[in-house]
Design a protein around this ligand. Structure first.
Ligand SMILES: Nc1ncnc2c1ncn2[C@@H]1O[C@H](COP(=O)(O)OP(=O)(O)OP(=O)(O)O)[C@@H](O)[C@H]1O
Ligand SMILES: [Mg+2]
Length: 519
């Protein structure tokens, strides 16, 4: 039970932060209590990451002040850098991890610490990590190399790193966006643990279920302003969604009956290896027709990524055959797949998706620059580019001051929307006439707010209506059930069964995902 009389750990008062052309935070009041999990909710671009970057010293506020509990009293503090913040016991776990893959957990832990004695015994450091890991139930081997760890384990290292430095106030920016549902639950328990040890936690998430399950209070930001701070126990998902977007949100979406056409993609007994050279796909056979969405269900790490890469030409197959519109594509290079109208929204979007220093407009046309109507001869037509990019920005509601803004200045979710907009619509610009394109989307709604999720799902159904063949990889069963025509379950690189989405039984899907049922 949250203690509503607990003292305040940190308070932000009247915080205003501007970027060129953007008022990211406007007179925000925000306070977190000792022992509390305080969620921060808001649409993509509402100002959540900016507010927390001010608190952890990455940005300086233009107006307002920060007060911290020191010697039982709240007193104003100046935070000019992340190291100032650390000295005051404030640590942030960023969504994009900053660990060095070729070093061990323990080595990463002391990286950048200014007062680590040169000859500090590694064993002493490792022991301290083990103590912290035990105390907060963040299991990880201090001697493991970062590259050997899963995403969930890397995140534990990031949390341990902040704890190692003695943080009392922990900020977690969308920590669950990259986790499986099971890992997210475990993280919820870890956060609860830390709170009961007297830490104050700030938890950013777009997932209303998680906020309801993990948080004590929630502050909702809209267009940079605090519109409400409420007790989670007195609120509901519906109320939170409404506060966030300023209108009621429908959590359901209507899927019209499918208009199936010819087979666009066929995989016949395809096998492939993962990055470590181990078998990742095992005799996978799957067909996707024009106008069909085939969903892939499964726990992450069961071959999803390899499947997406194999059907886009990014990963070689060891056996089997891949055809696109009856044309043999086995062993063809990726650009041949692109030529055939294959578009790909990768799971790792920030790594492979955007050129951060280039303007939004250039990022939008990357797949279409050498095609009519964008190009004419060798000259790119500026006006065409603008119109093309403008249309995509509008259709996907990408929040950006203008088309010249460098992509890296967009909020996390708006970067995602920009890539989705480009890829979802790319295939059509690549195929000729009535050849239906093929779209592979991996976790398409990850990191998006509820309104944006609605937009993207609608857009996927629109593409389906236009005859695109779609492979949808997702960890969320509700998403798969809402969008797919058929659902294939992957486990250990093998397809355990393919079912009609309309008749799918959640229990059966669960058993297949666990590898206990093969139909
Ligand atoms: N470094 C920057 N330069 C210019 N504008 C920025 C910068 N960082 C953020 N912005 C702008 O400030 C606004 C708030 O962005 P912020 O990243 O805080 O949003 P957010 O609530 O974290 O969104 P998301 O849910 O998408 O992560 C956005 O309009 C964004 O484009
Ligand atoms: Mg953000």
């Amino acid at each position: 039970m949250p203690d509503t009389s607990a003292p305040i750990a940190v308070e932000m008062r009247g915080i205003t932060k501007r970027f060129p052309g953007v008022l990211a935070n406007h007179k925000v009041d925000f306070a977190v209590r000792v022992g509390e999990i305080h969620a921060l909710l808001g649409e993509n671009g509402a100002g959540k990451s900016t507010l927390m970057s001010v608190l952890c010293g990455l940005y300086q506020q233009d107006e307002g002040k920060i007060l911290l509990a020191q010697k039982r009293e709240l007193s104003p503090v100046q935070i000019h850098s992340p190291s100032d913040a650390f000295d005051l016991g404030i640590g942030m776990i960023h969504q994009h991890f900053k660990l060095i893959p070729t070093q061990t957990v323990a080595e990463n832990m002391i990286l950048g610490l200014k007062d680590t004695p040169f000859n500090l015994q590694m064993t002493a450091i490792e022991n301290r990590i083990r103590d912290l890991a035990d105390r907060y139930r963040l299991e990880v081997d201090p001697r493991a190399y970062i590259w050997q760890l899963s995403v969930g384990e890397r995140q534990r290292v990031e949390i341990l790193k902040v704890l190692y430095r003695g943080a009392n106030i922990l900020i977690l920016d969308e920590p669950t966006a990259v986790l499986t549902p099971q890992e997210a639950d475990e993280l919820g328990a870890v956060m609860r643990n830390m709170a009961s040890e007297g830490k104050a936690l700030i938890f950013i998430s777009h997932k209303l279920d998680e906020i309801m399950a993990f948080a004590d209070r929630v502050t909702v930001l809209r267009s940079g302003e605090n519109v409400a701070t409420v007790e989670v126990s007195n609120s509901s998902k519906t109320e939170l969604a409404q506060l966030m977007v300023g209108r009621p949100v429908l959590f359901t979406i209507e899927k019209p009956p499918s208009q199936l056409g010819d087979v666009v993609v066929a995989m016949e007994k395809v096998s492939a290896l993962n990055d470590k050279g181990l078998p990742a796909l095992d005799n996978v056979s799957l067909e996707i027709r024009s106008g069909e969405i085939v969903g892939i269900a499964g726990v992450a790490g069961n071959g999803q990524r390899e499947l997406a890469e194999v059907v886009t030409g990014l990963r070689p197959t060891t056996t089997g055959r891949i055809t696109i519109r009856n044309r043999d594509m086995t062993h063809q290079p990726p650009y041949q797949f692109i030529q055939q109208g294959v578009a790909h929204v990768p799971g790792d979007r920030l790594g492979m998706g955007l050129a951060g220093n280039l303007p939004v407009s250039d990022n939008m046309i990357m797949k279409s620059y050498n095609r009519e109507p964008i190009s004419s001869g060798i000259f790119l037509r500026n006006q065409m580019i603008r119109t093309f990019a403008q249309n995509l920005v509008k259709a996907f509601q990408v929040l950006t001051p203008n088309l010249e803004t460098p992509a890296r200045n967009l909020s996390g979710g708006n970067q995602q929307k920009a890539i989705l907009a480009r890829e979802i619509t790319a295939g059509k610009n690549l195929t000729k006439g009535d050849e239906p394109p093929f779209l592979v989307t991996v976790y398409p709604t990850r990191g998006l707010d509820v309104g944006a999720i609605e937009t993207v799902r609608r857009e996927l159904l629109e593409q389906r209506a236009q005859g695109v063949a779609i492979l949808l990889i997702s960890e969320q069963l509700d998403e798969l059930l809402a969008l797919s025509d058929r659902i294939a379950v992957l486990h250990g690189g093998e397809i355990m069964g393919i079912v009609d989405a309309a008749e799918a039984d959640i229990e059966h899907l669960g058993l297949m995902m666990a590898g206990e049922l093969h139909i």
